[in-house]
Design a protein around this ligand. Structure first.
Ligand code: SF4
Length: 282
């Protein structure tokens, strides 16, 4: 059985930058300007044997606010605002792609957010077509998109699939209802399973599920039930994140009461349980 050294984890239990983006946030500096960015693109697009491209697009809009959210996002139902953003994004794609050396191919593309599927299916089709006009995709490109099952229709998935996406990622966090209420993300297990059924029916190559431990009211016993369901669902990938409670950076996190959160010891037990169960399940 995979062993977890709790003392080692305690020793290194210090806040660090989120590793989900590279470079990590502390590396960003305002002294690196828009012009520096453009110069860098020009510099790295001259010469021979240029590497392939990975493209990331940020669609920051969401339908509702999850109190644990650490992303750069905006809750809006103003479709004009979304349209305007997409128009600016297309202009930026034009500007940037004009500096990319001809022949460089895209091997990876990812849409994150926010909720990229807060765009409607036609907007998804329009944006991916625009990107494809400006960048050449390799035949075996890895194309991933984050989705939110709470507002997703099958047409969104059709639009992604016909646009060439082959990887889907979805937040689950925890199936427990009390936890979901406390973080304002009501996403019943049945809803998640239904959408995963669609993803499989449409033959996307990979399905990732995100989980978070350290959320309010979580205990090792309750989270174990979520882990059991996840093992039963059997996604291709799982990301299990530690909840970073930073209300001084993200004001909306103050809507979570610190006294409802599991103490550090319990969090460690939850992590240990999750690693052991998931590892045990292969
Ligand atoms: S759907 Fe995702 S990006 Fe939007 S608020 Fe919730 S966690 Fe944040």
């Amino acid at each position: 059985m995979f062993g977890i050294d709790v003392n080692l984890i305690k020793k290194y239990d210090k806040p660090g930058p989120r590793y989900t983006s590279y470079p990590t946030a502390p590396q960003f500096s305002e002294s690196f300007t828009q012009n520096d960015f453009m110069d860098e693109i020009v510099r790295t697009n001259s010469g021979q044997d240029l590497p392939d491209l990975s493209l990331y697009y940020h669609l920051p809009f969401c339908d509702t606010l999850c109190y644990f959210c650490g992303c750069n996002m905006i809750v809006t139902h103003n479709r004009e605002r979304i349209k305007k953003y997409v128009e600016y994004l297309k202009r930026e794609i034009d500007l940037t792609s004009s500096h990319v050396a001809p022949g460089r191919e895209t091997t990876q593309i990812h849409w994150g957010g926010g909720t990229p599927t807060h765009l409607d299916p036609d907007e998804i089709t329009d944006l991916i077509s625009h990107i494809k006009k400006r960048f050449d995709f390799k035949e075996d490109v890895e194309a991933g998109c984050e989705i939110d099952p709470r507002e997703l229709t099958k047409d969104h998935l059709y639009a992604l699939k016909s646009g060439g996406f082959n990887r889907i990622s979805m937040g689950v966090q925890d199936f427990n209802e009390k936890v979901q209420k406390a973080v304002n993300r009501i996403q019943p297990e049945q809803m998640t399973r239904k959408v995963i059924g669609w993803v499989r029916e449409l033959d996307f190559q990979s399905m990732n599920l995100d989980l978070i431990y350290g959320l309010p009211f979580q205990t090792s016993e309750t989270f174990e039930k979520t882990i059991d369901s996840i093992i039963d669902i059997s996604p291709d990938r799982i990301a299990l994140f530690n909840f970073a409670f930073v209300p001084w950076m993200k004001k909306h996190m103050s809507l979570i009461r610190p006294e409802d959160m599991p103490p550090a010891e319990e969090k460690l037990i939850i992590l240990k349980m999750a690693i052991e169960k998931l590892t045990g399940a292969g």
